[in-house]
Design a protein around this ligand. Structure first.
Ligand SMILES: CC1=C(CCC(=O)O)c2cc3nc(cc4[nH]c(cc5[nH]c(cc1n2)c(C)c5CCC(=O)O)c(CCC(=O)O)c4C)C(CCC(=O)O)=C3C
Ligand SMILES: [Fe+2]
Length: 357
């Protein structure tokens, strides 16, 4: 590596026991206007899993896989880990990095798409953490990787496997429901440099995955982009349709089966294990609709390699080279540095790193 002397895996964080749940939810929702009832309901989802979010274990696995992959490919920098909302916090990771002599580090965020929640809020929290740690390293962030071949290829395999796992009579006519986190429509309108990037990027992934799945199965499956995990007050519009309503609609149209592909998540977060594997599955069971949930990329070696390639790509670009920037589907590779106003914070500006503003 030429420019960077460390990589920082930046994630959301999650509770690791019952006593963590409420303080974690307070961290996440501070100043976000989430109704009390919604918070209580989400707290119960965590309690169904012993108060333990799956996300930290998944990040530990990813960290280990990244370190191994880096070692096997001569990428000779340490990999640190910090979260926005739970221990290990970003500020602790930055303090450790400083103490270890790290001057300039490259962030890999466990969120593949643009939006305030998926990008700028991470950048703002990196700025806040840096402000708390005198001598913290300078930070950059790798480009959005939703259309990187190493994200798309395992997603294609996962959908093909899930179609094959449906009962025979449901397979041929099965629909694919590409599913992501709902966000307020105002946030969606402000996503990316020109707005609308959250939906556009998901649609591009869905399109390219569906086309490759059709090539593999010999059948063009009907597909839709749908949403889960809505919160916020009922009066505030969020992206729709909700996955549960969509299952009702598919059933009403006589669709014989469905594969839910959670393309909005890089691993089996609580939204996946509760909102999809528990709630949406129950909806499908009530309807008698055969249902399979496709795997997330997790620690698929192709995804881990993609993250390493993104690190090397950026390192080379910073050193003045013009590396290849692999991307599949309708959209070009994303920017390295967020332009001014990218994923605007509708509540007003806060300092953010890794961008022009
Ligand atoms: C786009 C998006 C991603 C994907 C990008 C990314 O990965 O970052 C994401 C990820 C995640 N969201 C998570 C958890 C929560 N998100 C909440 C609330 C919200 N999320 C939002 C959006 C997103 N969220 C929004 C617009 C809100 C409303 C409040 C606000 O405007 O900020 C709440 C509060 C309760 C509720 O309202 O649901 C919780 C507990 C976890 C951890 C899961 C685990 O433990 O496995 C993860 C990975
Ligand atoms: Fe969230």
């Amino acid at each position: 590596m030429k420019t960077y002397d460390a990589v920082l895996l930046v994630s959301f964080g999650g509770p690791e026991g019952p006593d963590d749940v409420i303080p974690f939810l307070e961290n996440v929702t501070r100043g976000r206007g989430i109704p009390r009832e919604r918070l209580a309901a989400v707290g119960e989802h965590y309690m169904l899993f012993g108060g333990v979010s799956p996300i930290n274990g998944q990040n530990r696995d990813l960290l280990e896989a990244l370190r191994r992959d880096f070692g096997e490919h001569g990428v000779d920098v340490p990999v640190y880990w910090g979260n926005r909302n739970w221990d290990p916090y970003l500020r602790d990771a930055l303090a450790q990095m400083r103490d270890d002599g790290v001057r300039r580090a490259l962030c890999v965020v466990t969120s593949a798409y643009a939006s305030y929640s998926g990008c700028r809020q991470y950048r703002e929290d990196l700025a806040a953490a840096t402000a708390e740690v005198p001598g913290a390293p300078a930070l950059d962030k790798v480009r959005h990787y939703f259309n990187h071949p190493g994200f798309v290829a395992p997603t294609v395999d996962a959908v093909v496997d899930s179609l094959a796992a449906l009962p025979e009579g449901a397979r041929e006519g099965a629909a694919i429901a590409f599913t992501t986190h709902s966000i307020p429509t105002g946030m969606a309108a402000a996503a990316g440099p020109e707005g609308g990037a959250y939906e556009r990027q998901h649609r591009a992934v869905a399109e390219v995955v569906a086309a490759e799945v059709a090539r593999r199965t010999g059948r063009a499956h009907r597909w839709d982009l749908v949403y889960c995990s809505r919160s916020g007050p009922p009066t505030q519009p969020w992206l729709e349709p909700d996955v549960n309503d969509h299952l009702e609609a598919l059933h009403g149209e006589g669709v014989p089966g469905v594969v839910v592909a959670p393309i909005g998540f890089v691993s089996d977060h609580m939204e996946v294990v509760y909102d999809l594997d528990t709630e949406a599955r129950e909806t499908a069971e009530r309807l008698g609709l055969p249902y399979q949930r496709a795997a997330t990329v997790g620690t698929d070696p192709r995804f881990v390699a993609a993250l390493r390639e993104l690190v090397v790509e950026r390192d080379e670009a910073e050193a003045g080279a013009r590396p290849a920037r692999p991307a599949v589907g309708a959209l070009p590779p994303s920017h390295d540095v967020c332009p001014v106003g990218c994923c605007r914070n509708l509540r007003g500006p806060r300092p953010a790193l890794c961008g022009r503003d």
